[in-house]
Every structure is written in structure tokens, then in C-alpha cells.
Design a protein. Sequence first.
Length: 255
Amino acid sequence: QFTGTLDINRKDEIGQLAQSFQRMTEKLSENDRIRKEFISDVSHDFQSPLLNIKGYADLLMNKELSEEKRQNYAKVIQSETERLSLLTKQLLLLTSLDQLESPLQPKRFSLNQQISDIIRKYRWLLEEKQMSLTMELDEVDFTGDPAFLEKVWENLLSNALKYTQKDGEIDIRLRDYPNHIEVKVKDSGIGIAEEHVNRLFDRFYRVDTSRTQEIEGTGLGLAIVRQVVQLHDGDVKVVSKAGEGTTFTVILPKL
Ligand code: ADP
């Protein structure tokens, strides 16, 4: 019969067992902390657009409002609703990636085709911002989850567009190697200061500077990128210099 506490300093099997219980407990409370933090971030991110929508809807009730004000208030409601809709979509995507069993449904598909389709989708924004885009895409038939991977390229490209000023440049490359593929998304944008680089892929993390505050975002895009890439046993890296630009590199092994 065993009585008393498990001594984690014991050198025998019981000591090892006690140590592994200790690690499990630590991991569980760390998960609990992350979950609580996540819920509080989510609530906060829903709360502020909801407050704005309520506030501007109340203002719209005023019958004597000028046409210009009415238009402006309606625009705020519209953009805050879009923000909530994006937030919900991204959160649903992240939760679907969090499942214990792999959510991936791998298929063989043309990666170069997928990337050029996404670029085509953003052409209007490139033109609007008078930005130039260069690309070099090797032909690659890749096996992976096309729906999730599409989000990776889309998030990286939309960030490159968002965080690059008018007249800037974007360069996209897809390279085929014997055992892996590499995608690079490079921009000549505002860049990211060294101290933020480690936290960029955390959920809800956004660099808080006067320049980035004006740019819409949820802080979930790169968290999705990292999770999808990790589920494919790949890796994503960033090299950036504040004021000069950023390059994200995704490496995915071939199955
Ligand atoms: P967001 O919705 O805020 O864009 P992301 O998770 O996609 O969220 O990115 C997190 C943060 O990383 C952004 O808020 C921004 O500060 C920074 N960032 C991401 N991509 C770039 C980029 N290409 N250039 C400069 N900063 C970037």
C-alpha cells in the first residue's frame, strides 16, 4: 500500500512518475491560462465593434440628421459588421484547426495555380495602391490540404498589401526542391521591429505603432498561417527590417 506524497526527487520509477505528473499538471494549468487569455481577447475584440454599432445605430435614429452624417454613420456600421464577420470566420477556422485529430484533408493539386489564382483576386487592390508585383512560380503538384493552404497564401499576401505603402513592391516566389517546396512573400513595406518578431504568430498579437493602428486587422491571420503550416509539418520564418520591408518564408515537406 502506498501512502504519503510522491517525492519528485526520488531517483527510482516512482520519482520519474511523480515528475511526469508534475509536468502534466504544469501543462494543464498553462493550457488553462492560455484558454482564459484567449476568451478574454475574443470578448474584447467582439465588444468594441458591437459598442460602435450600437452607438452609431442610436445616432441614426435622430430624424434631423444631415445626409452626410447619415452616410458616415452607416459606413461605420458597415465596416464594423465586416470586421465582426471576419473575426468570426477566422476564429471558426482556428477552432477547426485545434481539433485533436488532424483536420487536414490532403489532396494533390497545383500549388502554382492556387497561388496565381489568389494573386488574381487581389489585382484590384494592387492597382488601387499603385503597387507592383513580381512573381516566379515553379510548377508544383503538391499534396496537402488545399482549403487551409489557400488561407496561408491569402493571409501572407493580404498582409504584404496592407502593410506596404502606395507605390510599394511585392515579390512572390514558389520554388520546387526534391524534398520540399518553399514560398517566399516579400514586401517593401513598413517592416517589423525586432522586439515584435517573436510574438507575431501569437493569436491576437498586433504591432502597436501609430502606422499600424490605422490599418484594420484582427491579429489572427499569422496565427492561422503558423497552425496550418505546422499541421503540414512545415515551418514559417520571417525576416524584417523596420522601414524597409518584410519577407515571410514558408517551407513545406513533400509527403
Ligand atoms: P492582422 O489582422 O493584424 O494583420 P496578423 O496576425 O496577420 O494580424 O499579423 C500580426 C501583426 O504582424 C500585424 O498586426 C502587423 O503588425 C504585423 N505584420 C504582419 N505582416 C506584416 C508585413 N508584411 N509587414 C509589416 N508588418 C506585418
